[in-house]
Design a protein around this ligand. Sequence first.
Ligand code: PLP
Length: 493
Amino acid sequence: MDKKMSIYLDNNLSTPLYIQLFIQLKNLIVEGVFQPNEKLPPIRKLAQQLGVNTITVVNAYKKLESEGLAYSIVGSGTYVASFNRHEQPLPHLQESEHLRMMEKGQVQVGEDTINLASTTPTPDLFPVDSFKILINKVLDRDKGEAFGYHQIQGYQPLRESICNYLKTFSIDVLTDDVHVISGAQQGIDIISKALIEYGDCVFVESPTYRGALEAFKSRGAKIIEIPMQEDGIDLDTLKNALSTYHPKFIYVMPYFQNPTGYSYSHAKKIGILKIAREHKTFIVEDDSLSELSFTDERPLPLKALDKHQTVIYIKSFSKIFMPGLRLGFMIVPETLRGRVISAKHTSDISTSGLIQRTFDLYLRENIWLDHIKYMKEEYKRRYEIFLQAVEKSFPKNVKYKAPDGGLHIWFELPPGYSDQELYARCLKKGVLITPGSLFYHQNHDIRHFRLSFAAVNSEKIQAGVKTVGKVLYEYLGENVSSELHTKEYSPLL
Ligand SMILES: Cc1ncc(COP(=O)(O)O)c(C=O)c1O
């Protein structure tokens, strides 16, 4: 068998090529395709065959060496080490396959794996009892009506209740401004369809939500990344970029941003609105977590401050209700209404009427606010456990800013260490984390990772964080990677 033929490197992945190569070579070694003491292909030859720079192969080989999977003989080449083959990387999927799935927003979790990667609530938090009562009410009241096609823009009574609910956030809009959608992801997709032509430019915070990047890429958008700071997007870089490009919109998450957990200061909110208006571009505000503020301060979305129809507001209920319902809404400026309705129509005609009618009762019967209060208390409890465990278990040179709410924290490794490597090591110990590089388009930041406490109960939070802490101490105690990781971006050859 030509062993290199089974190696596939994908330039479109944010995972650096040398890491992709390292992982695949490692798998070939672990699977026994390469035998102990067998010589690995010569660097130049393999680089040529794979169409990559020789430094990519050099770094992959070095990494194999640092993992104890290979050794080199000066003047001769790199050879497979003898090692215990029972330490398989993963039970079902290979690491590279895991990463590819993560890029598409999916993870495979083994039964014993502690999932600190997902931000999806555990099913025990879902309000199944109240849902059962309300869905039966709808069925008794509306009978077959509940199962017909519904208005493309959404069930009118629900849009009215949404308008009332939004008053709590100082957002004053009309029912005609509200569009019901089948989840925020569909909202992002619809806005992309309605606004982006192939080659159009879109600005995003950097890092940003992967699902949005994929939607913009699918429309052929040119994506410009504007750095995210602890108090919101970097306004100076934004202004500079706007002097060169005219984006169709700026996609932002002002509350508990995914993945950083950072929120915008009031000044940044005012700043971005002013800048967007001056440059005649829209802001797409993606709000999935503003309700989950653990302080007494009431959230004030950008939309509440928008006096000039600059903001397209997208609301997800997945993290605070039940993601499988596929329900959310948008507030869309009047000038875009027609285009958005057409895009929704070609997407799924309308969101499930039964679900819309049931959710309408949540809002009308004031059950919603009680539910939110419950979710907030539960998440706050988990957050405190999580934070305490982090403070106790993590090395001090792993940096983070603890947010005032939301479902996740963004951590920074010291220079020279890699998120993918940490990810692989944690997975080996049974904990799933999210490597930060998945949240970038082209910026090759490989020193961050995101941990969430949404998808695990308290005991697992403690056990998972403790394990990650141990892995971090072990990894950061090794002096192997600084040379390796800086070289990938400043080739020596
Ligand atoms: C920032 C952000 N926007 C949108 C979505 C998609 O939400 P929904 O389930 O409502 O489609 C997610 C899901 O994780 C998200 O994190």
